[in-house]
Design a binder for this molecule. Structure first.
Ligand SMILES: C[S@@+](CC[C@H](N)C(=O)[O-])C[C@H]1O[C@@H](n2cnc3c(N)ncnc32)[C@H](O)[C@@H]1O
Length: 428
C-alpha cells in the first residue's frame, strides 16, 4: 500500500518517542513559546516493520477509503502507523481532513475521530468514511430518486454538451437534485460519495466505470481545455447507464466494510471549528493545505457542482488557508489552528503533520511548519522532522500540474513533523 516512508525499498518506522533518540540536535529552544525544536542530524533508525500494515484487514475493508480520490490525500498507512504507535489515543482530530483518511484510519483502529474541512467536496467524501449502509439500500435510494424525477435542473453549454451523453446528464442532474432535497441519512451520504467518485474519469473498454466523457479522475479539467480536447479527438460522449455504474460501484465498495466507530465531520474553517468543539483529543493527525496550492475547490469544480455548487469553476475558493496574501500570513493562520488544537488536546497529546510546498513556491515546508508551531506559542514541542522521500510515481501524495492538468513538475517537497503537547505557563 502507498506509504511514503517506503522509499528506497526500506520501511522506516516512525520514531518511538519513548526511546532516547541519538543524533538529535536541539536547536531553537525557546522559553517564551515553550517550543523546543529537535532536529535529527543522523539518518533515521531503520526498524523494518514487515510487508506493510494494511495486510491486517480484509482487502474489502480498504475499498471505502478509495471511494473518491482527492488531491494531496495522504496514504492510509500514514495515520495508521501513528495510531498504532499510540494505542491509548482514543480520540483523534484532523482539522484539515480532506477525503477523511484520518477518520477512516481511526475507524479501522477502533478510535473516535472528528474531521474538519472548508471544502464541501472533501466533507461530502469524508462523511461517507464514518457511516454504514448496505449496497442494496444505496441502489434503492438511487432508483427511487430516478423513478420520481420530475423537472430536473440540467446545466447548459458546450462543456455539458460534450461532457456527458444527454440521457446520462439528465440522470446525473436528477440524482444531484434528489440528494440535495432528501434527508441526509448514511445511505444518502454513501450514495453521494459513490457518485462523486464515478462522476468523471477515463473511458474504458468494457462496462464503463465513469459517467463522463474522457476526463481525469483525480480532478476535473477546466471546461475550455476539455471541450478543445474532446473536439480534437472527436470524442462524442457515449450513453452510460448511471444506475448500472452505481450498482457495480456499490457492490465493489460497500459489500464488506469495517464496523463504524463514532466519527463526525464539520464543514468550516479549521481554527474556528476546533474552538467550537467540546471534546478533548489525545491526538491530532493532519495535513494542512500545501503551500502554494490554492485550487482545492477549483480543481474539483465538477464534483462541487454535483453537491450543489455553481455549474462553473469557482475560482474564489472562500476560506482556503493557502490563499493568504503572504508567507507570514500563511504561517500565522496555521499558528491559529495549532493554538486552537492545543486548547482541545490533553497534556502529552500528539500532533502529527504531513506538509508540503509546491516547488514553484520555493519555500522549505519544514521551516514553514516549525515557524507556525513556534508562533502558536501553545506548547507544541517538536519531536521529529523527517522528509517524506520520493515514493514511486503512483504513490505520491501530490504532483505538480500545469493548467491543462498534466503532470509536469517534480514531486512536491513533503515533510512529516511530530510534536508533543507540553504544559506551558498560562495554558489551560
Ligand atoms: C492536504 S489536504 C488534506 C488531505 C487529507 N489528509 C486527505 O487524506 O484527504 C488539505 C485540506 O485542507 C483544507 N483546507 C484549506 N483551508 C482550510 C481551512 N481554513 N479550514 C479547514 N480546512 C481547510 C483543504 O480544503 C484541503 O482539503
Amino acid at each position: 500500500m502507498a506509504c511514503a516512508t517506503q522509499a528506497a525499498g526500506h520501511v522506516w518506522a516512525p520514531l518511538d518517542l519513548a526511546r532516547p533518540v541519538h543524533g538529535l540536535m536541539l536547536s531553537g529552544a525557546t522559553r517564551d513559546t515553550g517550543i523546543c525544536y529537535c532536529r535529527r542530524t543522523l539518518l533515521y533508525d531503520s526498524v523494518v516493520l514487515g510487508t506493510g500494515q494494511l495486510g491486517e484487514w480484509s482487502k474489502d475493508w480498504l475499498k471505502l477509503n478509495a471511494v473518491c480520490p482527492y488531491y494531496t490525500m495522504f496514504p492510509l498507512d500514514f495515520p495508521l502507523d501513528h495510531l498504532r504507535l499510540y494505542p491509548d489515543a482514543r480520540r483523534v482530530l484532523d482539522p484539515f481532513c480532506g477525503r477523511g483518511t484520518t477518520l477512516y484510519a481511526a475507524r479501522l483502529a477502533g478510535r473516535q475521530a472528528v474531521g474538519i474541512d472548508i471544502n464541501p467536496v472533501a466533507v461530502a467524501v469524508a462523511r461517507a468514511k464514518t457511516v454504514q449502509a448496505s449496497p442494496v439500500a444505496v441502489v434503492q435510494l438511487a432508483k427511487r430518486i430516478l423513478r420520481d424525477m420530475g423537472e430536473v435542473d440540467i446545466p447548459e453549454g458546450e462543456f455539458w454538451d460534450w461532457g456527458f451523453h444527454p440521457c446520462t446528464l439528465r440522470e446525473v442532474a436528477a440524482l444531484r437534485d434528489g440528494l440535495r432535497t432528501c434527508t441526509d441519512t448514511p445511505t444518502a451520504q454513501l450514495l453521494r460519495a459513490l457518485l462523486l467518485g464515478v462522476l468523471h474519469g477515463p473511458r474504458n473498454k468494457g462496462a464503463p466505470s465513469y459517467l463522463s466523457n474522457q476526463m481525469p479522475r483525480t480532478y476535473a479539467s477546466k471546461p475550455a481545455y476539455a471541450v478543445r480536447y474532446w473536439r480534437m479527438h472527436a470524442l462524442d460522449p457515449v450513453r452510460v447507464d448511471t444506475l448500472d455504474v452505481i450498482k457495480r460501484r456499490a457492490d465493489h465498495v460497500l459489500n464488506d466494510c469495517p464496523p463504524r466507530t463514532p466519527g463526525r465531520v464539520v464543514l468550516g474553517d479549521a481554527a474556528r471549528s476546533v474552538m467550537a468543539l467540546r471534546q478533548r483529543f489525545d491526538m491530532v493527525i493532519t495535513s494542512p493545505p500545501y503551500y502554494g496550492m490554492r485550487t482545492y475547490v477549483a480543481d474539483q469544480w465538477l464534483r462541487n457542482w454535483f453537491i450543489g455548487g455553481a455549474s462553473e469553476v469557482p475560482y474564489g475558493s472562500e476560506g482556503q488557508l493557502a490563499r493568504q496574501s503572504s508567507q507570514a500570513a500563511f504561517v500565522s493562520a496555521l499558528a491559529d489552528v495549532w493554538r486552537a488544537a492545543a486548547s482541545r488536546c490533553r497534556p502529552q497529546g500528539r500532533l502529527v503533520i504531513r506538509f508540503g510546498a509546491l516547488p514553484s513556491a520555493k519555500v522549505s515546508p519544514e521551516e514553514l511548519m516549525v515557524a507556525s508551531l513556534r508562533q502558536a506559542g501553545a506548547g507544541w514541542l517538536v519531536r521529529d522532522v523527517r522528509p517524506v522521500g520520493v515514493p514511486s510515481r503512483h504513490r505520491r501524495q501530490a504532483e505538480q500540474f500545469n493548467g491543462s492538468g498534466r503532470v509536469v513538475g517534480r514531486a512536491v517537497d513533503e515533510v512529516d513533523v511530530t510534536a508533543e503537547l507540553v504544559p506551558t505557563r498560562g495554558r489551560r
